[in-house]
Write a protein that binds this ligand. Sequence first.
Ligand code: ZN
Length: 75
Amino acid sequence: MDDAFLPNLRCPLDHTRQATLSREDQVLRCSQCAVTFPIKQGLPILLVDEAILPPHIQEVSGLPCRKKRALRGAI
Ligand SMILES: [Zn+2]
């Protein structure tokens, strides 16, 4: 995978498309919700179904990236 693409990638869970991803060995980690996405055969798999949740999160709906939109609506 070419790291030159990294600045253009966004967390697919973030509706506002602002959460960036950083490289960590064989995964990409979201700067906002800490979800990681696998890199398979050099290609990052940015799919919700492939997302690996951080240990303290039970489900996708509990992630900061997913909650963002709801929070905005409340303000
Ligand atoms: Zn995220």
